[in-house]
Design a protein around this ligand. Structure first.
Ligand SMILES: NC(=O)c1ccc[n+]([C@@H]2O[C@H](COP(=O)([O-])OP(=O)(O)OC[C@H]3O[C@@H](n4cnc5c(N)ncnc54)[C@H](O)[C@@H]3O)[C@@H](O)[C@H]2O)c1
Length: 392
């Protein structure tokens, strides 16, 4: 049992760090952020002032080499900025790790990171934000208590209009100089070569919720990726639109080991407020519909129905699923992330086996993403696990 508060180092002080991660850590009574790092030192310094963090640095090595840090949070962007490299370096340095999704683009690398963490007795957590929504936590509890009975059908979908406007730069970062040495995604123009984008965005946490709703693994999937708006401004520094061949809408169906059917769509060109995730589970004893959408001043609703009362009625989410300091009307990033961060700190402090939403879960989600991309490329059903072994 750790007696003192956990000491956290945060790498990345951009938008998501400021709106979700740092407010979450500041709110958990179990930890203190002792160092914040960003390649842009002014961003690290601004975050340090705002959140009362004693030290701001520009070099991640300074965080990785600090012996008194217990937990490292990687909240850089994926791709060439590298979640992967920093994640492996943090695990090698013996730190518990929280990282934004995707940990790595190839599910096999996520399993490697999981095995490394396990070999060092370290806990991991991935930014699968939406499983920590109070409504989803209650949904999972109801499912465990038998509310839906045997699961028959899961539908997950996401509405999100963030990139409906082709002049909204595809790369959300505010670049001061043009990035060098980055391989632009979506340059291969063939239909089979559409680069995965939306499915790794809010598709990933929706897949995650679905797996917990059906309580089973997927055994096969067939899916399609689409590029609805081909010409976009790549970055804030570009005036012209260019062809970017990425998945801005996708859909797949799957079959689960327990016989349940599974469907999912994700997109960032669909009209509606985001995150815009809806998860529906229908079973032998009942059904639940959870909606995580900012509308009418609420960012989450849960409704349930039973075979003898088939109208879906709103369900009140018990107080125990809300983080300390919850304010009604609180925006979803801080509300859901406060639960995620506190849950991770609690799992580390408790020291037991419990570690939900960890690299193993993220590897399963990433394997499904890789399988759907393969199905799209090869126009066929794809069996899971991808290595052909028996279901895990
Ligand atoms: N889980 C969710 O719901 C959710 C929501 C939004 C964003 N995200 C994820 O959060 C991550 C960050 O997104 P963002 O919008 O904040 O991006 P951002 O570009 O605003 O911030 C990333 C910051 O990391 C810094 N950085 C990059 N490499 C670094 C390195 N090696 N060392 C130190 N600093 C480094 C950059 O300078 C930048 O300031 C992305 O992976 C994104 O996909 C997740």
């Amino acid at each position: 049992m750790i007696k003192e508060k956990l000491r956290v180092g945060v790498i990345g002080a951009g938008r998501w760090s400021n709106s979700a991660h740092l407010p979450g850590f500041t709110r958990s009574p179990l930890c203190d952020v002792v160092m914040v790092c960003d390649l842009h030192k002014d961003l690290a310094e601004a975050a340090a002032r705002k959140f009362g963090i004693p030290e701001a640095v520009a070099d991640a090595e300074k965080v990785l080499s600090r012996r008194d840090i217990d937990v490292i949070d990687v909240v850089t962007r994926g791709g060439s900025d590298g979640h992967e490299e920093l994640t492996f370096a943090a695990l090698e340095a013996g730190k518990h790790v929280l990282v934004e999704k995707p940990v790595c683009h190839d599910y096999k690398d996520v399993w490697r990171a999981h095995e490394l963490a396990r070999s060092k007795n370290l806990k991991t957590k991935v930014g699968l934000t939406f499983r920590y929504a109070p409504a989803v936590r209650y949904m999972f509890e109801l499912i465990s208590a038998g509310f839906v009975g045997q699961p028959f059908v899961f539908n997950g979908y996401e509405q999100n209009s963030q990139w409906l406007d082709p002049d909204n730069p595809m790369d959300k970062r505010i670049h001061r100089v043009r990035p060098v040495g980055e391989t632009p995604r979506g340059t291969d123009q063939r239909r089979e070569a559409i680069a995965v984008a939306s499915l790794e965005g809010y598709g990933a946490p929706t897949i995650d919720i679905g797996l917990s709703c059906v309580g089973s693994e997927l055994t096969q999937v067939v899916g399609i990726l689409s590029n609805m708006i081909p010409f976009r401004r790549p970055t804030n520094l570009d005036a012209e639109r260019v062809r970017i061949n990425i998945d801005d809408a996708d859909m797949f169906i799957g079959e689960c080991a327990n016989g349940a059917l599974y469907s999912l769509q994700s997109s960032f060109v669909t009209v509606g407020n985001y995150p815009g995730i809806e998860a529906r589970i229908y079973g032998s004893e009942g059904a639940l519909i959870c909606r995580l959408v900012e509308e009418f001043g609420e960012c989450q609703t849960l409704r349930g129905a039973k075979p003898d009362a088939v109208e879906f009625v709103p369900m009140t989410i018990p107080d125990r699923f809300f983080p300390p300091g919850y304010q009604p009307g609180e925006p979803w990033p801080s509300l859901f992330y406060a639960n995620l961060v506190h849950n991770f700190m609690q799992e580390i402090v408790d020291g037991g086996e419990e570690n939900q939403g960890n690299f193993a879960q993220s590897a399963k989600v990433q394997e499904i993403i890789n399988a759907v991309a393969l199905s799209h490329r090869e126009h066929r059903w794809v069996g899971l696990p991808l290595d052909g072994s028996a279901a895990r």
